[in-house]
Design a protein around this ligand. Structure first.
Ligand code: ADP
Ligand code: MG
Length: 319
């Protein structure tokens, strides 16, 4: 039996179904990311997992005990399961140290002091402990929020797009730091996001959610090389539809530019990116625009190009 499990969870709201028969099993210390577009049911799922929202059907179990929903339990939620979201509120008028202390008020003072010092040190927050939340960067505030959530040593941490309002540099730094820390603490973690890149920075174990249903599960390589649908394929990169070949697609990085043969097109736009140029090429056959990587930065707008690809790189995808 798994440590933390969501079993056949469904959720219907008045006018729509948000989650359909969702099942996920986690071992202790496992980290899984759930990736899905906005509206795919991620937040509803995590709130159900935390015992904060009543499901229509299905069960949540932690360590052989059933998690009760707000209709079954007087005070909703559990100390063992902490949910952090983007707008997680810190207490604005007290220091970082005091914020982390708040959930610990009913513990013995000596334990409290040790616990706070340990968290401040683990999160690299010692030098900020006297500051108010507004005197910190967004990334630091979110770190304090996570330290606060971890103060009571929850078994399970649920992260609902907690990095969405951070800039890319802060976000990457925080995710890397957290990854190390959560592994060290042995936390069981579900991280939901619309951004596959963020998910893969934290864990290689990914569940893809579409309209409340699991459409595919796997590690990044399996999902990238063998996506089952356009929805999954497009989480990794844009894809180009091959003319006259129904449901066959090729990724920009799998198209080769040669001087003859293949599909004929001409470059209509060019962008300079860090590792390569990206070209927009209008195909002679059918007039579709393809996106293509040009790692040699060789082609200019107006150039004629001949496009080749290996058959084994072609993705056969349903809608
Ligand atoms: P996500 O977090 O992936 O954006 P949500 O779980 O917030 O998805 O929402 C899933 C679907 O359920 C959405 O279509 C949303 O409009 C709907 N929904 C969410 N909360 C409610 C609610 N309280 N009442 C009715 N519909 C809701
Ligand atoms: Mg959400």
């Amino acid at each position: 039996m798994s440590y933390f499990s969501l079993r056949h969870i469904s959720k219907d709201y008045a006018f729509q179904t948000a989650i359909q028969d969702f099942t996920l099993e986690l071992e202790k210390g496992e980290m899984v990311a759930i990736v899905g577009e906005s509206g795919s049911g991620k937040s509803s799922l995590l709130r159900i997992a935390a015992g904060l929202l009543e499901q229509t059907s299905g069960e949540v179990w932690l360590n052989e005990a059933q998690i009760l929903n707000p209709a079954q339990k007087l005070v909703a939620g559990y100390d063992e399961i902490k949910l952090i979201h983007q707008d997680y509120q810190l207490f604005p008028s007290v220091s970082v140290e005091e914020n982390i202390n708040r959930p610990l008020l009913h513990f013995d003072p000596q334990y409290r002091k040790e616990r706070i010092n340990r968290l401040l040190s683990q999160f690299g927050l010692i030098q900020y402990k006297e500051r108010l939340p507004r005197q910190l960067s967004g990334g630091q505030q979110q770190k304090v929020a996570i330290a606060q959530a971890l103060a009571v040593e929850p078994e399970v941490l649920l992260l609902d797009e907690p990095f969405s309002h951070l800039d890319a540099i802060q976000k990457r730094k925080l995710i890397l730091e957290l990854k190390e820390l959560l592994q060290e603490l042995g936390c069981t973690v579900i991280f939901v996001t619309h951004d596959l890149d963020d998910a893969l920075r934290l864990t290689d174990s990914v569940v893809i959610l579409q309209k409340g249903k699991i459409v595919q599960k796997g590690n990044s390589r399996e999902l990238c090389e063998h996506p089952k649908s356009r929805y999954v394929a497009r989480l990794f990169s844009s894809i180009n539809l091959i003319p006259d070949r129904f449901n066959s697609y090729i990724r920009p990085s799998d198209v080769k530019l040669r001087s003859k043969g293949g599909l004929l097109g001409h470059v209509v736009d060019k962008r300079f990116l860090v590792h390569y140029n990206t070209l927009m090429v209008r195909l002679k056959n059918g007039g579709d625009i393809w996106e293509i990587d040009d790692p040699a930065r060789k082609y200019e707008i107006g150039d004629r190009v001949h496009l080749h690809f290996d058959e084994e790189k072609v993705l056969l995808l349903k809608q």
